[in-house]
Design a protein around this ligand. Structure first.
Ligand code: ARG
Length: 459
């Protein structure tokens, strides 16, 4: 058991207590961030005259050998150390003796861990941005290819009005664009460096916090040393953003599962993204979409957990905060995995355009347009609604669609109907007339696609 703080203790820590307290099993995940922070700290200490240049060089060179040895497997991170900070410092001292003991001058594990976690979350946020960009690029492609792929739009999971596949996908495009923007907002708000805050009250050494902030690519140092060591808002914001991403992926997965079902057959998932059944030979199941939907709960759980952990913590650092890591790491890995797999799944799935179109033609998705036809011919909307309602009932009784009624059948209910009713309620007409901003009509969707293209070119 290698501990940094044995001095004032007369007894060994109880083994169970040691294990309960230790974090090395999970905080080794930010080993590289810890090294980066230490290098910046040491560089600044030398510049401020607190360490000599020679000492700085020795420490940095030794930190590099530790990284190399861990990477090539000659040094392993074991639970003999309490946490990753202790592991690095103990190995440094092992290798270069007294000089190694100077690394922690003017630093506490409290500002060190605050920095490591922030660096880690910041790095991962950037990876999630890249994955979101890949997904958005794929969705954009699908939109461009499907401005005339008709399908039913639903409310209450009942057919409502015809839309296009481009339009439906465009809804998800908006959601993931907002998610992308959220990651930028979080980045901007979190990007201040806590290093130099010490345990809670700064230090008496003349640390140059602007310098370490700059070396670590932060906008600047954090402003209050007590807040610096006990702020985990950025973890909460990140998990909230990730929970939202998962909620969007989960809704989308649910739709893909429905579209891929035997009853709908709007899409067919690629074999590489489907699985079979051990007993039913005919099965091809959408497990990836189901898993994405299912894993959403883990990310929500991580958000609930950190919110609850933080709510009762008095200033400044308390050990409760060590609980910020495991579920956050899991949530980050989950979101990254789901984004990558989801993008692969939708880029390889086949669209069954005839099935979508056929489904859009049935189920009276053009009933609103038939009512609008009457309105355009002078009938007040409420009356038009009633007339079309009667027609729909007639169609249901006679197992016909509105398109299949004869003009005589139309005119038996209202003389306002003329031959041009058929053009007015064709799928193409229903969609192409909808050209208000954000609607599925050709001109409107083209404008949206241009805006999206611009968005993608600027991220
Ligand atoms: N493993 C600890 C954590 O993750 C590091 C900070 C320890 N600080 C302390 N005062 N015990 O929070």
């Amino acid at each position: 058991m290698a501990q940094l703080w044995g001095g004032r203790f007369t007894k060994e820590t109880d083994k169970l207590v040691y294990n309960f307290n230790a974090s090395i099993s999970f905080d080794q995940k930010f080993f590289h961030q810890d090294i980066r922070g230490s290098k910046a700290h040491v560089t600044m200490l030398a510049k401020a005259g607190i360490l000599t240049d020679e000492e700085k060089k020795q420490i940095i060179a030794c930190l590099d050998t530790i990284v190399n040895d861990v990477e090539n497997g000659t040094l392993s991170i074991t639970d003999e150390y309490e946490d990753i900070h202790s592991f690095v410092e103990a190995n440094l001292i092992d290798r270069i003796g007294d000089v190694g003991k100077k690394l922690h001058t003017g630093r506490s594990r409290n500002d060190q861990v605050a920095l490591d976690m922030k660096l880690y979350v910041r790095d991962e946020l950037e990876e999630v941005q890249d994955l979101l960009k890949n997904l958005l690029t794929e969705l954009h492609k699908l939109m461009k290819e499907n401005t005339e792929t008709y399908m039913p739009g639903f409310t209450h999971l009942q057919k409502a009005q015809p839309v296009t596949f481009a339009h439906h996908i465009g809804a998800y495009m908006e959601m993931f664009k907002r998610d992308y923007d959220r990651t930028l907002d979080i980045y901007d708000r979190m990007n201040y460096c806590p290093l130099g805050a010490g345990a809670l009250a700064g230090t008496t050494y003349p640390l140059d916090r602007n310098m370490t902030a700059e070396l670590l690519d932060f906008y600047g140092p954090t402003l209050n040393s007590m807040d610096s060591v006990s702020d985990r808002d950025y973890v909460i914001e990140t998990l909230s953003c990730f929970a939202t991403i998962m909620m969007h992926l989960s809704r989308f997965s649910e739709e893909i599962i429905i579209w891929n079902s035997n009853e709908y057959q709007f899409v067919e998932l690629d074999d590489a993204y489907s699985t079979g059944s051990s007993i039913m030979p005919q099965k091809k199941n959408p497990d990836i979409a189901e898993l994405v939907r299912g894993k959403t709960g883990r990310v929500y759980g991580a958000l609930t957990s950190i919110l609850t952990t933080m709510k009762g913590i008095p200033l400044a650092y308390n050990k409760d905060m060590q609980e910020d890591k495991e579920l956050t790491f899991d949530a980050i890995d989950t979101v990254k995995g789901c984004l990558a797999l989801f993008t692969g799944m939708i880029s390889s799935m086949k669209l069954n355009k005839p099935a979508m179109e056929k489904s859009a033609m049935n189920g009276f998705t053009n009933a609103t347009d038939a009512a609008d036809y009457l309105v355009n011919n002078g009938v007040p909307f409420r009356d038009a609604h009633g007339i079309i309602g009667q027609l729909v009932l007639y169609c249901i009784d006679n197992d016909k669609s509105l398109m299949e009624l004869s003009l005589e059948e139309y005119q038996a209910i209202s003389p306002v109907f003329k031959e041009d009713i058929y053009d007015a309620i064709s799928l193409e007409a229903c969609v192409s007339k909808r050209n208000t901003i954000g609607a599925p009509g050709k001109e409107a969707i083209q404008k949206t696609i241009e805006i999206n293209e611009n968005f993608l070119n600027n991220i």
